[in-house]
Design a protein around this ligand. Structure first.
Ligand code: ATP
Ligand code: MG
Length: 284
């Protein structure tokens, strides 16, 4: 659904690149997470993929269309939610959606229904200028769904939202995924990425360092430790043992054989820990 080969982008049109030699493919129905710290080049990449920024170098096709010459048909197939809300303040929430739906020549979703799913139906006739940041963000988010996009670009869809709404947004994304929508999700929140994404790409200083599924990354970079709590002399003792170390494995067997285990769980690395291991930098 998305194919990127050797993508470069320079805002200053010189050799100072915001994105450098990025290549990746996203298949139909996949949720792909683009993870990286601030300034890594995530939004720039999304900008080029959605035709907002002109392609300078490389090959990019989205839904089978070459973004060098974006066509109306491509815009009908994609939905884009921006990092910064860009709704019309003078229009009401409902008018914003009604205005936007007219830009497409494919069947669109009912505006009121969309407002309902993010809890904005009660302010449907209020001007967007009077909305809080989170409300504007939700309006930008649902606006990106109005044309039933096959490919959905979401730039930081949950950032700055209160936890209940963020969780609601995550559920909406999951439901769309079940319907087969392809999602390009940009975030620096590794919990969101871990929960939603089939694969993640780590980007830093404009370069993609690695692409894999959260599960494979954890298997590959996880510490493979097991934490065991067991009863001993009337108290509880905790031991941390490695799956790889031979003597630790023997010790684990010994503890299991005592039959005194109270709790045991494997400790897996978080995506953030893996990101730091791979790139030497944090995600913030
Ligand atoms: N309009 C612009 N003009 C010039 N430089 C820009 C512009 N937008 C972004 N940049 C630069 O390009 C680089 C990548 O920025 P980008 O917005 O793609 O990062 P990001 O990964 O989305 O970061 P964040 O997590 O903060 O949103 C940064 O160095 C940034 O300063
Ligand atoms: Mg960004």
């Amino acid at each position: 659904m998305i194919k990127v080969e050797g993508l470069y982008h320079s805002y200053s049109h010189d050799d100072k690149y915001a994105v450098r030699d990025a290549s990746f493919e996203i298949t139909r129905g996949e949720v792909f997470g683009f993870l990286g710290p601030s300034g890594a080049g995530k939004s720039t990449t999304q900008g080029v993929l959605t035709g907002l920024l002109q392609l300078q170098k490389g090959n990019v096709s989205v839904a089978g269309y070459d973004v060098k010459k974006p066509v109306r048909k491509m815009f009908n197939k994609i939905g884009v939610s921006f990092e910064q809300s860009n709704v019309y303040g003078k229009l009401t929430a409902l008018e914003n959606l009604e205005f936007y739906r007219k830009l497409f020549d494919v069947p669109t979703r009912d505006a009121m229904e969309l407002l309902e799913i993010v809890g904005l139906d009660h302010v449907a006739n209020q001007r967007a200028a009077e909305f809080s940041k989170g409300m504007k963000h939700r309006l930008t988010f649902i606006r990106s769904m109005i044309n039933n996009p096959e490919i959905w670009f979401l730039d930081e869809p949950t950032t700055g939202l209160d936890p209940a709404i963020a969780s609601e947004i995550k559920d909406i994304i999951k439901r769309e995924k079940e319907k087969g929508t392809t999602v390009f999700l940009t975030t620096h929140n590794m919990f969101v990425a871990d929960e939603l994404c089939d694969r993640v790409g780590f980007i830093i200083d404009g370069e993609i360092k690695l692409i894999d599924s959260p599960r494979n990354l954890k298997l590959q970079y996880g510490e493979k430790l097991v934490e065991v709590d067991y009863r001993k002399n009337g108290g509880t003792v905790r031991e941390k043992l490695s799956f790889i170390d031979e003597s630790d494995r023997r010790r684990l067997n010994e503890i299991v054989n005592t039959g005194a285990i109270e709790m045991m769980h494997t400790k897996e690395a978080t995506l953030e820990e893996i990101f730091i291991k791979v790139t030497g930098r944090g995600l913030e």
